[in-house]
Design a protein. Structure first.
Length: 213
């Protein structure tokens, strides 16, 4: 008896005969050297396709390559991997799932007249902006929302009084007459500058009274 397996749609050759269907067959092997013929029973068993599954994700507008095929849409697909070494073909189920872009937000404050660099872009006005960070290592792109706020200068008021002919030093500057002045104090670190309103009041010269008798 000879036993063999046959894959769907395949064939097997035994003793010079080609068999394309499973089943039990008889063949005769001619005897040699005075021996009687041999009745050969051939048992061919049906084999099934092998099966396998591959799961992958696809980003919006992207593609994925599986077994040499390019897929641009999510869905379920079938492919056939040819069997090797007598093995039957493998029916490959390919499940491609849709992925979403990542999202993130960055908020920043800037002082009037200043700018800030985010992801290589310069921003110098207030508003909401969008940027895209390319995905790395198979990840989808990231949609970046950028919110820029322009904050006001700090303000302060300083009142000083001087006598006629005197001078007062404020923030390193001399003031010798009454009036209203503005000075700018540079902010430290990330703080905005401070606009200081300086009010100088010049006192009147007192009058001496002399009484005679």
């Amino acid at each position: 008896m000879v036993t063999a397996g046959i894959c769907p749609g395949g064939s097997v050759t035994i003793n010079g005969e080609i068999y394309t269907m499973a089943g039990t067959y008889l063949d005769t092997l001619t005897g040699t050297g005075g021996a009687c013929d041999t009745i050969l029973t051939i048992q061919i068993n049906p084999l099934s396709y092998n099966t396998d599954m591959v799961t992958a994700g696809i980003c919006p507008g992207g593609s994925v390559t599986i077994n040499g095929e390019i897929y641009t849409m999510a869905g379920t697909y079938l492919d056939t991997l040819s069997g090797t070494g007598g093995a039957c073909d493998t029916i490959l189920t390919i499940q491609i799932n849709p992925l979403s872009n990542n999202t993130t937000m960055v908020s920043a404050d800037i002082c009037p007249g200043e700018s800030i660099v985010i992801n290589g872009e310069v921003y110098d006005t207030e508003g909401m902006f969008m940027d895209t960070l390319p995905g790395q290592g198979g990840e989808c792109d990231t949609f970046l929302t950028i919110v820029i706020d322009v904050i006001d200068y700090n303000t302060n008021t300083l009142n000083e009084s001087i006598c006629p002919g005197e001078t007062v030093i404020i923030y390193g500057e001399p003031y010798s007459s009454g009036g209203t002045y503005l000075a700018t104090i540079t902010g430290l670190g990330t703080a905005c500058d401070t606009i200081v309103t300086i009010i100088i009041v010049e006192d009147s010269q007192p009058l001496d009274t002399v009484t005679t008798s």
